[in-house]
Design a protein around this ligand. Sequence first.
Ligand code: KIV
Ligand code: ZN
Length: 396
Amino acid sequence: MTASVSGAAKDRVLIFDTTLRDGEQCPGATMTLEEKLDVAELLDTMGVDIIEAGFPIASNGDFEAVSLIASRVKRATVAGLARAISADIARAGEAVRGAARPRIHTFVSTSPIHLAHQMRKSEEEVLEIITATVTQARNLVEDIEWSAMDATRTPIDYLCRCVEAAIKAGATTINLPDTVGYATPDEYRAMFRAVRERVPNADKAIFSAHCHNDLGLAVANSLAALEGGARQIECTLNGIGERAGNAALEEIVMAIRTRGDILPYETGVETTMLMRASKLASAATSFPVQYNKAIVGRNAFAHESGIHQDGMLKNAQTYEIMTPESVGVSKTSLVMGKHSGRAAFRNKLEELGYSLSDNQFQDAFERFKELADRKKHVYDEDIEALVDQNIATAHD
Ligand code: KIV
Ligand code: ZN
């Protein structure tokens, strides 16, 4: 089974958003029911394929949120998370029951360190658990995702046996997470290739990447997984999530859109809604977005250096690889500061409606530079004040 859209030149990559589950799991990001519903509805409108709405066994609040989202979301698949425990799976099944497209996402640890210290089970016991829990889930809904927690620290032979057992028991999506953000892109790509080559029934499932950002490699690893054959990427708005977070949805989607020359994939996400979604997630979780955050940070389309501003005024492609409009930002901003040059200052004056003689311009520019050396932010009002003062002095 593949996620490619027939007839299209590019393979379709499914976007699985886990802002409401892995994202909400990070300290301080708790959302109210209303906020979760708003985020889910926006994700649905934006074209996300799968929304992981929560972890139903975790609390009554989570159960309620997943059930409500399942009943409201009409287009996307709605997933509920469950450990490899019978009660978890039953609860997740109950929570997603009302969805147009329900999914149970069940996981179990597979790495030696997790088996020894967290699970306290042998490899054979975990294999039996996989078969039993995936079978139970499959009896509740048809769409089953199974995850090998800490897959990237699991010996490949054992990982292949686990994946084979999960698919045999009915899993339709196989997720191989880099739970601790330890892998490099080459390793992560190779793991997907090896598992897909070695597991005899691998073609019956869609493979999924789920990357944490402990080494700042979550997005790079997710893109590498596509080259290894993954066709689903799990991510969150603004990259929020456990510890250093998850792969950022907006970065994945825009990397695929912007670098179609070497990433021959497409997603169903309407990119012009990315900024709105980022702002909603930030407001709902009270997590600010860092100024220099790729795609949605407030400086992502702002230029201050004189050379860059001059280039931007001549042709935006000199310093921008995507348009601000393509991610829902109204326009590029040329920030006026001590690094700005004459071209940007002239442009700003025109924008503000001034037409100055050469002498007036020179005088205003010198005053602007003096002011910019003293002030961190030079606002339009500051420029208006110094030009008006300049003109008034000239009349005296
Ligand atoms: O990081 C992880 O391994 C997870 C699983 C539950 C998929 O979030
Ligand atoms: Zn995770």
